[in-house]
Design a protein around this ligand. Structure first.
Ligand code: AR6
Length: 231
């Protein structure tokens, strides 16, 4: 299962370390260590209840569009479990479209522990945020704010007070943050996706025409934010 699920190209942590003979290269500190890399969660597909088939189409479409614009940088879709439906949908669709697996791949792990837990260096991570840009609330937002410590909340406040659906804000992480010192993360990009959950603000009431438009915009904003750091 580990080998099958391993969509990580040479030089990175494999989902099953034992089956991946390339992991050593990381310990040696090879060149892949310094490739600008954005790790991002699947925006809107858990708490915000966005349809997974539609979201996976949009992820692959937007990755394809941006991969050519970001030079040698890489995009990595992350989720917590090997059973992640969104990871498997995206992997299948990306393979069908022959998306360059050196520039885009999926990883199972905690986005706040990619260096320490998976041996994968990602200098930028994305957060599936809430409109207030506040800590807590569960999901990846709670995990990132908690791992980054109070430095992220104050750095975020300096950049923006709130976010509209489809928008992203790039926040440089203070070097005092444990995410910086332990994981090598220099920037967090908060993204607000479309919300299909009636119990959350800006509920789209199953309007997937608008929902898909907003999710496309969210990924464009995220990848453009990453490109602005890399440049
Ligand atoms: N590492 C990697 N992926 C994760 C992690 C983690 N630590 N935690 C969750 N995921 P969600 P949304 C995956 O619900 O649907 C928050 O409360 C998760 O499995 O975090 O955009 C905010 O404050 C899923 O694939 O974000 C907002 O109010 C993906 O991250 C609201 O939830 C996104 O799940 C946003 O909802």
């Amino acid at each position: 299962e580990g080998t099958q699920n391993c969509s990580v190209p040479s030089g990175h942590a494999c989902e099953d370390v034992k089956d991946c003979d390339k992991v050593e290269m990381i310990a040696d500190g090879n060149a892949s260590d310094n490739i600008p890399t954005l790790a991002f969660p699947s925006i809107s597909t858990a708490d915000f209840q966005f349809n997974l088939e539609k979201a996976s189409d949009i992820i692959v479409e937007k990755v394809e569009e941006f991969i050519s614009k970001i030079g040698n940088a890489r995009l990595v879709l992350v989720d917590l479990s090997h059973g992640s439906k969104i990871l498997s949908l995206v992997r299948t669709k990306a393979a069908k479209k022959y998306v360059d697996s050196n520039k885009f791949f999926t990883v199972v792990g905690d986005i706040t522990r990619l260096h320490s837990g998976e041996g994968l260096n990602c200098n930028v991570i994305a957060n599936a945020s809430n409109w207030r840009l506040k800590p807590g609330g569960g999901g990846v937002n709670a995990a990132i704010f908690s791992a980054a410590g109070p430095a992220l909340e104050s750095a975020t406040k300096e950049r923006a007070g709130s976010l509209k659906p489809g928008k992203a804000v790039v926040v440089p992480l203070p070097p005092t943050s444990p995410l910086f010192t332990r994981e090598g993360v220099t920037h967090v990009i908060h993204v607000l996706g479309p919300n299909m959950n009636p119990q959350r603000p800006n509920f789209l009431n199953n309007d997937y025409v608008q929902g898909c438009e907003v999710l496309r915009e969210a990924y464009s904003s995220l990848f453009e934010g990453f490109a602005s750091i890399v440049r």
